[in-house]
Design a protein around this ligand. Structure first.
Ligand code: NDP
Ligand code: MG
Length: 370
Protein backbone atom coordinates (compact mmCIF):
# COMPACT_ATOMS: atom_id res chain seq x y z
CA UNK A 1 0.00 0.00 0.00
CA UNK A 2 1.21 3.51 -0.79
CA UNK A 3 1.77 5.32 2.49
CA UNK A 4 0.25 8.71 3.29
CA UNK A 5 3.05 11.26 3.55
CA UNK A 6 2.48 13.40 6.61
CA UNK A 7 3.93 16.46 8.36
CA UNK A 8 3.11 17.48 11.95
CA UNK A 9 3.24 21.13 12.96
CA UNK A 10 3.41 21.58 16.73
CA UNK A 11 4.46 17.98 17.39
CA UNK A 12 5.50 18.70 21.00
CA UNK A 13 2.17 20.06 22.24
CA UNK A 14 -0.80 18.31 23.76
CA UNK A 15 -2.55 17.62 20.43
CA UNK A 16 0.74 17.24 18.54
CA UNK A 17 2.12 14.56 20.85
CA UNK A 18 -1.20 12.68 20.69
CA UNK A 19 -0.83 12.94 16.89
CA UNK A 20 2.70 11.49 17.12
CA UNK A 21 1.28 8.50 19.01
CA UNK A 22 -1.54 7.96 16.51
CA UNK A 23 0.90 8.07 13.59
CA UNK A 24 3.28 5.75 15.47
CA UNK A 25 0.45 3.25 16.00
CA UNK A 26 -0.22 3.30 12.23
CA UNK A 27 3.28 3.03 10.78
CA UNK A 28 1.94 0.83 8.00
CA UNK A 29 -0.26 3.72 6.81
CA UNK A 30 1.89 6.83 7.33
CA UNK A 31 5.35 7.96 6.41
CA UNK A 32 6.39 11.00 8.45
CA UNK A 33 8.17 13.58 6.36
CA UNK A 34 8.56 16.37 8.90
CA UNK A 35 7.78 17.43 12.46
CA UNK A 36 8.00 20.92 13.94
CA UNK A 37 8.08 22.49 17.40
CA UNK A 38 8.45 26.15 18.24
CA UNK A 39 11.36 26.09 20.67
CA UNK A 40 11.30 22.72 22.49
CA UNK A 41 14.39 21.12 20.92
CA UNK A 42 14.41 18.01 23.09
CA UNK A 43 10.72 17.27 22.48
CA UNK A 44 11.23 17.80 18.75
CA UNK A 45 14.13 15.31 18.67
CA UNK A 46 11.97 12.75 20.49
CA UNK A 47 9.12 13.15 17.99
CA UNK A 48 11.56 12.92 15.07
CA UNK A 49 13.15 9.75 16.45
CA UNK A 50 9.85 8.11 17.33
CA UNK A 51 8.41 8.60 13.83
CA UNK A 52 11.74 8.43 11.97
CA UNK A 53 10.81 11.72 10.36
CA UNK A 54 13.03 12.98 7.57
CA UNK A 55 13.08 16.61 8.78
CA UNK A 56 12.67 18.33 12.17
CA UNK A 57 12.25 22.12 12.24
CA UNK A 58 12.06 24.70 15.02
CA UNK A 59 9.58 27.33 13.83
CA UNK A 60 11.17 29.95 16.12
CA UNK A 61 14.34 29.63 14.01
CA UNK A 62 12.90 29.69 10.50
CA UNK A 63 12.49 33.07 8.82
CA UNK A 64 9.90 32.19 6.24
CA UNK A 65 6.95 29.79 5.93
CA UNK A 66 8.44 28.98 2.53
CA UNK A 67 10.89 26.59 4.26
CA UNK A 68 7.93 24.43 5.31
CA UNK A 69 6.07 24.84 2.01
CA UNK A 70 9.21 23.80 0.09
CA UNK A 71 9.46 20.58 2.10
CA UNK A 72 5.75 19.91 1.52
CA UNK A 73 6.20 20.33 -2.23
CA UNK A 74 9.59 18.65 -2.66
CA UNK A 75 8.48 15.63 -0.62
CA UNK A 76 4.90 15.42 -1.96
CA UNK A 77 3.36 15.65 1.52
CA UNK A 78 -0.30 14.50 1.39
CA UNK A 79 -1.55 15.92 4.66
CA UNK A 80 -0.36 18.23 7.44
CA UNK A 81 -1.55 17.80 11.03
CA UNK A 82 -1.67 21.40 12.20
CA UNK A 83 -1.40 21.23 16.00
CA UNK A 84 0.43 24.48 16.81
CA UNK A 85 -1.43 26.90 19.07
CA UNK A 86 -2.34 30.53 18.68
CA UNK A 87 -3.22 33.30 16.27
CA UNK A 88 0.39 33.69 15.08
CA UNK A 89 -0.24 30.57 12.98
CA UNK A 90 -2.88 32.21 10.73
CA UNK A 91 -0.49 32.89 7.86
CA UNK A 92 1.05 29.41 7.94
CA UNK A 93 -2.39 27.76 7.87
CA UNK A 94 -3.35 30.01 4.96
CA UNK A 95 -0.08 29.30 3.11
CA UNK A 96 -0.56 25.53 3.42
CA UNK A 97 -4.13 25.79 2.12
CA UNK A 98 -3.01 28.17 -0.66
CA UNK A 99 -0.37 25.60 -1.59
CA UNK A 100 -3.18 23.10 -2.19
CA UNK A 101 -2.24 20.77 0.68
CA UNK A 102 -4.87 18.96 2.75
CA UNK A 103 -4.80 19.86 6.42
CA UNK A 104 -6.02 18.16 9.62
CA UNK A 105 -6.62 21.31 11.62
CA UNK A 106 -6.56 21.64 15.40
CA UNK A 107 -5.68 25.36 15.41
CA UNK A 108 -9.12 26.94 15.83
CA UNK A 109 -7.67 30.43 16.30
CA UNK A 110 -6.77 30.63 12.60
CA UNK A 111 -10.33 29.82 11.52
CA UNK A 112 -11.87 32.25 14.01
CA UNK A 113 -9.54 35.03 12.87
CA UNK A 114 -9.51 34.49 9.12
CA UNK A 115 -12.04 31.72 8.48
CA UNK A 116 -13.69 33.42 5.56
CA UNK A 117 -10.39 33.85 3.67
CA UNK A 118 -9.08 30.39 4.57
CA UNK A 119 -12.30 28.57 3.63
CA UNK A 120 -12.62 30.49 0.35
CA UNK A 121 -9.03 29.62 -0.49
CA UNK A 122 -9.59 25.96 0.41
CA UNK A 123 -12.63 25.88 -1.90
CA UNK A 124 -10.78 27.44 -4.79
CA UNK A 125 -7.81 25.07 -4.36
CA UNK A 126 -9.93 21.97 -3.70
CA UNK A 127 -8.22 21.53 -0.32
CA UNK A 128 -9.77 19.39 2.44
CA UNK A 129 -9.77 20.96 5.89
CA UNK A 130 -10.41 18.04 8.25
CA UNK A 131 -11.38 19.15 11.74
CA UNK A 132 -9.39 17.86 14.71
CA UNK A 133 -11.31 19.77 17.39
CA UNK A 134 -13.44 17.02 18.94
CA UNK A 135 -16.79 18.82 18.54
CA UNK A 136 -16.11 19.57 14.88
CA UNK A 137 -14.95 16.03 14.24
CA UNK A 138 -18.26 14.92 15.75
CA UNK A 139 -20.24 17.32 13.55
CA UNK A 140 -18.28 16.26 10.48
CA UNK A 141 -19.05 12.60 11.23
CA UNK A 142 -22.75 13.27 11.93
CA UNK A 143 -23.06 15.14 8.62
CA UNK A 144 -21.58 12.32 6.54
CA UNK A 145 -24.17 11.16 4.04
CA UNK A 146 -26.63 13.88 5.05
CA UNK A 147 -28.06 16.68 2.91
CA UNK A 148 -27.27 20.07 4.41
CA UNK A 149 -30.76 21.51 3.76
CA UNK A 150 -32.26 19.07 6.28
CA UNK A 151 -30.13 20.28 9.21
CA UNK A 152 -32.20 22.37 11.59
CA UNK A 153 -29.63 22.77 14.36
CA UNK A 154 -26.05 21.92 15.30
CA UNK A 155 -25.42 21.74 19.05
CA UNK A 156 -21.88 21.83 20.39
CA UNK A 157 -21.36 20.18 23.74
CA UNK A 158 -19.12 21.82 26.35
CA UNK A 159 -17.72 20.28 29.51
CA UNK A 160 -18.33 23.62 31.23
CA UNK A 161 -14.73 23.56 32.50
CA UNK A 162 -13.65 23.63 36.16
CA UNK A 163 -16.22 26.32 37.12
CA UNK A 164 -19.39 24.81 35.71
CA UNK A 165 -20.86 24.42 39.21
CA UNK A 166 -19.26 27.50 40.80
CA UNK A 167 -21.55 30.52 41.33
CA UNK A 168 -20.77 33.51 39.12
CA UNK A 169 -20.06 35.86 42.02
CA UNK A 170 -17.21 33.56 43.14
CA UNK A 171 -15.43 34.27 39.81
CA UNK A 172 -13.80 37.26 41.60
CA UNK A 173 -11.53 34.88 43.49
CA UNK A 174 -10.45 32.38 40.83
CA UNK A 175 -6.70 31.74 40.87
CA UNK A 176 -4.46 30.46 38.05
CA UNK A 177 -4.08 26.90 39.39
CA UNK A 178 -7.83 26.41 39.74
CA UNK A 179 -8.40 27.67 36.19
CA UNK A 180 -5.70 25.32 34.87
CA UNK A 181 -7.37 22.23 36.36
CA UNK A 182 -9.68 20.94 33.64
CA UNK A 183 -11.95 18.15 34.87
CA UNK A 184 -12.02 16.02 31.68
CA UNK A 185 -9.35 16.98 29.15
CA UNK A 186 -5.57 17.34 29.43
CA UNK A 187 -4.69 20.25 27.16
CA UNK A 188 -2.24 23.13 26.63
CA UNK A 189 -2.56 26.03 29.09
CA UNK A 190 -4.16 28.55 26.70
CA UNK A 191 -7.09 26.32 25.70
CA UNK A 192 -7.50 25.18 29.31
CA UNK A 193 -8.08 28.78 30.41
CA UNK A 194 -10.38 29.22 27.39
CA UNK A 195 -12.41 26.27 28.68
CA UNK A 196 -12.60 27.81 32.16
CA UNK A 197 -14.02 31.08 30.75
CA UNK A 198 -16.00 29.05 28.18
CA UNK A 199 -14.78 31.32 25.39
CA UNK A 200 -13.42 28.08 23.96
CA UNK A 201 -17.00 27.15 23.10
CA UNK A 202 -17.54 30.59 21.61
CA UNK A 203 -14.46 30.11 19.41
CA UNK A 204 -15.82 26.71 18.45
CA UNK A 205 -19.22 28.12 17.44
CA UNK A 206 -17.38 30.42 15.05
CA UNK A 207 -15.13 27.57 13.89
CA UNK A 208 -18.29 25.55 13.10
CA UNK A 209 -19.86 28.53 11.35
CA UNK A 210 -17.00 28.59 8.82
CA UNK A 211 -16.02 24.91 8.60
CA UNK A 212 -19.60 23.79 7.90
CA UNK A 213 -20.90 26.98 6.26
CA UNK A 214 -23.81 27.00 8.70
CA UNK A 215 -25.90 30.07 9.57
CA UNK A 216 -25.16 31.43 13.07
CA UNK A 217 -28.83 31.06 14.10
CA UNK A 218 -28.59 27.28 13.67
CA UNK A 219 -25.71 26.92 16.15
CA UNK A 220 -26.12 26.30 19.86
CA UNK A 221 -24.18 25.21 22.96
CA UNK A 222 -25.11 22.84 25.79
CA UNK A 223 -23.08 21.92 28.87
CA UNK A 224 -22.43 18.19 29.14
CA UNK A 225 -20.11 17.60 32.12
CA UNK A 226 -19.14 14.01 31.20
CA UNK A 227 -17.70 14.98 27.75
CA UNK A 228 -18.97 11.76 26.16
CA UNK A 229 -21.34 13.21 23.55
CA UNK A 230 -19.00 15.36 21.45
CA UNK A 231 -21.77 17.27 19.61
CA UNK A 232 -25.04 16.47 17.86
CA UNK A 233 -27.15 17.49 14.90
CA UNK A 234 -30.91 17.84 14.78
CA UNK A 235 -32.65 17.31 11.45
CA UNK A 236 -35.99 18.68 10.24
CA UNK A 237 -37.76 15.33 10.78
CA UNK A 238 -37.00 15.29 14.53
CA UNK A 239 -34.02 12.94 14.26
CA UNK A 240 -30.92 13.75 16.25
CA UNK A 241 -27.55 12.21 15.39
CA UNK A 242 -24.71 12.42 17.91
CA UNK A 243 -21.14 11.15 18.05
CA UNK A 244 -19.96 9.58 21.33
CA UNK A 245 -16.61 8.51 22.65
CA UNK A 246 -14.25 8.83 25.59
CA UNK A 247 -12.72 12.30 25.92
CA UNK A 248 -9.42 11.60 24.20
CA UNK A 249 -8.07 13.69 21.32
CA UNK A 250 -6.54 10.62 19.67
CA UNK A 251 -9.99 9.70 18.32
CA UNK A 252 -10.61 12.91 16.32
CA UNK A 253 -6.93 13.01 15.30
CA UNK A 254 -7.15 9.45 13.94
CA UNK A 255 -10.38 10.27 12.13
CA UNK A 256 -8.88 13.35 10.45
CA UNK A 257 -5.61 11.65 9.49
CA UNK A 258 -7.22 8.45 8.30
CA UNK A 259 -10.15 10.04 6.43
CA UNK A 260 -11.93 8.63 4.51
CA UNK A 261 -10.71 5.40 6.15
CA UNK A 262 -10.99 4.67 9.88
CA UNK A 263 -7.71 3.81 11.58
CA UNK A 264 -6.58 2.66 15.04
CA UNK A 265 -6.51 5.45 17.64
CA UNK A 266 -5.59 3.38 20.73
CA UNK A 267 -8.70 4.73 22.47
CA UNK A 268 -11.04 2.23 24.11
CA UNK A 269 -14.66 2.41 22.95
CA UNK A 270 -17.14 3.87 25.39
CA UNK A 271 -18.89 1.37 27.67
CA UNK A 272 -22.36 2.78 28.29
CA UNK A 273 -23.07 0.29 31.11
CA UNK A 274 -20.15 1.75 33.03
CA UNK A 275 -21.04 5.30 32.04
CA UNK A 276 -24.56 4.95 33.45
CA UNK A 277 -25.68 8.58 33.12
CA UNK A 278 -25.18 11.50 30.77
CA UNK A 279 -26.24 14.96 31.95
CA UNK A 280 -26.94 18.19 30.11
CA UNK A 281 -27.27 21.77 31.41
CA UNK A 282 -28.00 25.15 29.91
CA UNK A 283 -24.96 27.49 30.04
CA UNK A 284 -25.38 30.53 32.30
CA UNK A 285 -24.40 33.42 30.03
CA UNK A 286 -24.28 35.96 32.86
CA UNK A 287 -21.71 33.80 34.62
CA UNK A 288 -19.76 32.90 31.46
CA UNK A 289 -19.56 36.42 30.05
CA UNK A 290 -16.93 35.46 27.48
CA UNK A 291 -19.34 32.95 25.93
CA UNK A 292 -22.05 35.60 25.85
CA UNK A 293 -19.71 38.02 24.03
CA UNK A 294 -18.72 35.30 21.56
CA UNK A 295 -22.37 34.50 20.82
CA UNK A 296 -23.08 38.18 20.12
CA UNK A 297 -20.04 38.36 17.83
CA UNK A 298 -21.18 35.20 16.03
CA UNK A 299 -24.64 36.69 15.45
CA UNK A 300 -23.10 39.81 13.87
CA UNK A 301 -21.22 37.43 11.55
CA UNK A 302 -18.31 39.84 11.01
CA UNK A 303 -15.00 38.03 10.64
CA UNK A 304 -13.24 41.21 11.72
CA UNK A 305 -15.08 41.33 15.07
CA UNK A 306 -14.32 37.63 15.50
CA UNK A 307 -10.63 38.38 14.88
CA UNK A 308 -10.68 41.22 17.42
CA UNK A 309 -12.31 38.97 20.01
CA UNK A 310 -9.85 36.15 19.41
CA UNK A 311 -6.73 38.35 19.52
CA UNK A 312 -7.95 40.18 22.65
CA UNK A 313 -8.67 36.87 24.36
CA UNK A 314 -5.22 35.50 23.54
CA UNK A 315 -3.51 38.60 24.96
CA UNK A 316 -5.79 38.56 28.02
CA UNK A 317 -5.07 34.88 28.71
CA UNK A 318 -1.31 35.52 28.47
CA UNK A 319 -1.72 38.39 30.99
CA UNK A 320 -3.82 36.19 33.30
CA UNK A 321 -1.25 33.36 33.17
CA UNK A 322 1.47 35.87 34.09
CA UNK A 323 -0.62 37.01 37.07
CA UNK A 324 -1.11 40.51 35.63
CA UNK A 325 -4.91 40.47 35.50
CA UNK A 326 -7.67 38.64 37.35
CA UNK A 327 -9.75 35.86 35.77
CA UNK A 328 -12.85 38.05 35.52
CA UNK A 329 -10.83 40.78 33.72
CA UNK A 330 -10.42 38.58 30.63
CA UNK A 331 -13.93 39.51 29.44
CA UNK A 332 -13.25 43.24 29.96
CA UNK A 333 -10.16 43.11 27.73
CA UNK A 334 -12.20 41.40 25.02
CA UNK A 335 -15.07 43.89 25.27
CA UNK A 336 -12.72 46.85 25.05
CA UNK A 337 -10.89 45.60 21.94
CA UNK A 338 -14.14 44.63 20.21
CA UNK A 339 -15.52 48.11 20.84
CA UNK A 340 -12.60 49.54 18.84
CA UNK A 341 -12.77 47.06 15.96
CA UNK A 342 -14.01 47.76 12.44
CA UNK A 343 -16.68 45.57 11.01
CA UNK A 344 -15.05 45.55 7.62
CA UNK A 345 -13.59 42.14 6.93
CA UNK A 346 -9.99 41.78 5.75
CA UNK A 347 -9.89 41.35 1.97
CA UNK A 348 -6.72 39.28 1.94
CA UNK A 349 -4.41 37.50 4.34
CA UNK A 350 -2.00 40.44 4.59
CA UNK A 351 -4.84 42.70 5.73
CA UNK A 352 -5.88 40.01 8.21
CA UNK A 353 -2.34 39.97 9.60
CA UNK A 354 -2.34 43.77 9.88
CA UNK A 355 -5.62 43.60 11.79
CA UNK A 356 -4.16 41.04 14.18
CA UNK A 357 -1.24 43.40 14.95
CA UNK A 358 -3.67 46.28 15.42
CA UNK A 359 -5.82 44.33 17.89
CA UNK A 360 -2.73 43.14 19.75
CA UNK A 361 -1.80 46.80 20.25
CA UNK A 362 -5.34 47.71 21.41
CA UNK A 363 -5.20 44.85 23.90
CA UNK A 364 -1.78 45.79 25.24
CA UNK A 365 -2.90 49.43 25.63
CA UNK A 366 -5.88 48.31 27.68
CA UNK A 367 -3.79 45.83 29.69
CA UNK A 368 -1.25 48.56 30.49
CA UNK A 369 -3.92 50.19 32.68
CA UNK A 370 -3.77 47.28 35.14
P1 NDP B 1 0.14 23.26 23.37
O1 NDP B 1 0.44 24.56 24.01
O2 NDP B 1 0.15 22.02 24.19
O3 NDP B 1 1.16 23.01 22.15
C1 NDP B 1 1.41 23.98 21.21
C2 NDP B 1 2.35 23.46 20.13
O4 NDP B 1 2.56 24.51 19.19
C3 NDP B 1 3.74 23.07 20.61
O5 NDP B 1 4.26 22.07 19.78
C4 NDP B 1 4.53 24.36 20.44
O6 NDP B 1 5.92 24.16 20.33
C5 NDP B 1 3.94 24.88 19.15
N1 NDP B 1 3.98 26.34 19.03
C6 NDP B 1 3.82 27.25 20.01
N2 NDP B 1 3.89 28.50 19.50
C7 NDP B 1 4.08 28.36 18.17
C8 NDP B 1 4.24 29.29 17.10
N3 NDP B 1 4.22 30.60 17.30
N4 NDP B 1 4.41 28.79 15.85
C9 NDP B 1 4.44 27.46 15.63
N5 NDP B 1 4.30 26.55 16.61
C10 NDP B 1 4.12 26.99 17.86
O7 NDP B 1 -1.26 23.45 22.64
P2 NDP B 1 -2.44 22.40 22.44
O8 NDP B 1 -1.89 21.14 21.88
O9 NDP B 1 -3.28 22.35 23.64
O10 NDP B 1 -3.31 23.13 21.32
C11 NDP B 1 -2.88 23.23 19.98
C12 NDP B 1 -4.02 23.79 19.14
O11 NDP B 1 -5.07 22.82 19.12
C13 NDP B 1 -4.65 25.07 19.71
O12 NDP B 1 -5.00 25.90 18.66
C14 NDP B 1 -5.88 24.58 20.46
O13 NDP B 1 -6.90 25.54 20.49
C15 NDP B 1 -6.28 23.38 19.60
N6 NDP B 1 -7.00 22.33 20.33
C16 NDP B 1 -6.43 21.71 21.38
C17 NDP B 1 -7.09 20.69 22.06
C18 NDP B 1 -6.42 19.95 23.16
O14 NDP B 1 -6.96 18.94 23.63
N7 NDP B 1 -5.26 20.37 23.65
C19 NDP B 1 -8.44 20.31 21.69
C20 NDP B 1 -8.96 21.00 20.52
C21 NDP B 1 -8.25 21.98 19.88
P3 NDP B 1 6.89 24.20 21.65
O15 NDP B 1 6.58 22.94 22.41
O16 NDP B 1 8.26 24.23 21.10
O17 NDP B 1 6.52 25.44 22.39
MG1 MG C 1 -13.09 21.33 21.34
Amino acid sequence: MVKKRIGIIGATGSVGSAGVEVVHANQDIFETIFVTAHSNEKGLENAKDKLQAKYALLTSKIEDNKDIIDIINNENVDIVLFAAAGVSCVKLVYDIVHNGTNIALANKESIVTAGRLIIDEAKSKGVKILPVDSEHSAIFQCLMGQRRQYVSKITLTASGGPFRYRPGDAFEYVNINEALKHPNWLMGSKITIDSATMINKGLELIEARFLFDIEPCKLDVIIHPESIVHSYITFIDGSTIAQLGLPNMKTPIAFALGYPERIISQVEPINLFEQKSLTFLKPDLEKFRCLKIAKEVLEKDSNDLMAAMNVANEEAVKAFLKGKIAFKDISYVIEDVISKADVKDAQNILEAEENIKKYQIFASEFLAKY
